[in-house]
Each structure stands twice: as C-alpha cells, then as structure tokens.
Design a protein. Structure first.
Length: 283
C-alpha cells in the first residue's frame, strides 16, 4: 500500500505546504461507525478505496504531529511525508474489532516513522543509537529551559526522570548543541591547515596506498605458506603452535611433552626452523 496506489495528496506535489495543509483539513472526519465499517472493508476485502478514506481523514493528524518536530531543522514537508508513511502502516495493521479508534493507534506509527527520519537526517549524523540515547534525543530539547548549559542539578534531575546515566545527558547535550564546523578551511583562511580535513584522514587511507598495502600483505601471506611448506612436519607444527596461534600459543614445555623430547631440544628445532623460514622469505 503506497501513496501512489491510494492517490492521496503529498506536500511537494501541491505547489506549497500551505496548500497541502488547507487541502487535508478539508477532508471530513469519520464517525466511529464509519471508521469501523471502512476498516472492516479494508481488512476483509482489501478494499483500497476504504483504506484511502481512512488515510485521508487522518492526514491532518500527521500535520499536527510533524509540527512538533520542527525544532530539528528538517523541512516540515519531509516530516509530513514520513508521518504519512507511518499512517499507512497503521491503517494496514489496524484491527477495528479491538475497540480502539484509529487515531489512538496511528499516533505510535506516525511518531515512530518521523523519529527514524529525524535520527537518520539530523545534521547527517546518527546521534542516537541506543534506547536511552533515543529517549534523550527527543526529550532533551523540551525539558531544557534556556540556552545555557545544563547545571549539575538539572543534569541529575533529567537523568532521574528519564532513567538514564548523567554522563549520557551530558554527551547528548554536547551532540545536540555543538556548533557545526566546516570540513575544509576557507581559501582565505591562514589557518587552513587546522581545518578538520587536515587531520581527520587516517594514515594510508588513500585508495592507491590501500591497494599497495593489501597486495604486500597478500604476497607476504602467500610467501609464508610456501616457506612453511619447506619445513618438515614436526618443525612446521612447532612454528605454528609457537608463533601462529595468537589465542593460545604453546610453550616449549607443552611441545616437549607432545614429542617426548626436552624443552631445550624444542627450542633448537624452533630456532633452526625460523632461520630456514627467514631464508625462504628473503628469496
């Protein structure tokens, strides 16, 4: 079920947001009986016209909910479109026999869709990933009074109210109210070398360098396999157990017990094998 299938208005197709809001406000509200009959028709007969009427009568609800998220700097029209997706999901899942009006059921789905949109697009940074961070993200603005930084008492009170750590409150405040910074310095800026672009790039991050490193690592790995193949079975096992088993390397005494020889003899075999490997890798 998509907007195109149901053919209801979307903000960017009506010329202006004001025209869209006026249009959706003209759609009549449904009585409980009308809503129930339409929902039953859609559920039992997959009647898309019934679904369309349910959605059209609730578009004004999406506009009202989306208005509450304007503080994040995202276009109202985009917020409305995402909320409309949530409304369609609600209509698709709505059970008219549960005794709950669609408006109460749809609020959750509309807000959930808008939440996801805000989190993915606000400053192009995903600032909230855990449940606690999401709770903070959508409550910090409304709970904070004034533009000054939160005091210790405010942080403590907010953490207690939202049941999160005080450190999470501080971190989210920094994320939300931190100033944007240009990635590259201005052409006329004498301090261009101190712009983020100058120090954010990781060493060896340039594509050709990464390809060269990968090729060297591949050749080294292939050379090691070939060199190990030149050892006898016992010497190879000793080298692999001592040097190539990073999680649980064997000791000289462990290997001495396996081969019923002294630890000193294991050390001698190891030293001879390492010398042979070094010669093989050098060629």
């Amino acid at each position: 079920m998509t907007a195109q299938t149901l053919d209801f208005p979307v903000p960017n197709l009506l010329g202006s947001l004001e025209n869209y809001i006026q249009a959706v406000n003209r759609f009549p509200l449904l009585s409980a009986e009308q809503e129930h009959d339409l929902a039953v028709r859609f559920r039992d007969e997959e009647d898309l016209d019934a679904a369309r009427q349910l959605i059209l009568s609730h578009l004004r609800l999406v506009v009202a909910i989306a208005r509450g998220y304007l503080g994040y700097g995202l276009p109202h029209a985009d917020l409305i479109q995402e909320g409309n997706i949530g409304l369609m999901k609600a209509v698709k899942r709505y059970d008219p026999d549960r005794g709950v009006r669609l408006v109460s059921f749809a609020v959750h789905w509309i807000k959930a869709e808008i939440h996801e949109f805000v989190l993915k697009n606000w400053r192009l940074v995903k600032v909230a990933t855990t449940k606690a961070q999401r709770k903070l993200f959508f409550n910090l603005r409304s709970m904070k009074t004034g533009s000054a930084s939160l005091s210790s008492n405010e942080v403590e009170e907010m953490a207690r109210t939202l049941n999160v750590n005080q450190s999470d409150v501080r971190e989210m405040e920094t994320r939300l109210y931190g100033q944007d910074m240009a990635l590259e310095g201005s052409v006329d800026d004498d301090d261009e070398a101190f712009a983020p672009i100058a120090y954010l790039a990781a060493p060896n991050a340039e594509p050709t360098q990464r390809m060269e490193i990968a090729e060297r690592e591949k050749l080294a790995s292939e050379g090691l396999v070939h060199a190990l193949g030149s050892l006898d079975a016992r010497s190879r096992h000793i080298i692999e157990a001592r040097w190539l088993n990073e999680e649980n390397p064997s000791t000289l005494h462990d290997l001495a017990a396996i081969y019923s020889i002294s630890a000193e003899r294991v050390r001698q075999i190891e030293a001879k094998a390492l010398q042979k490997l070094k010669s093989a890798l050098a060629t």
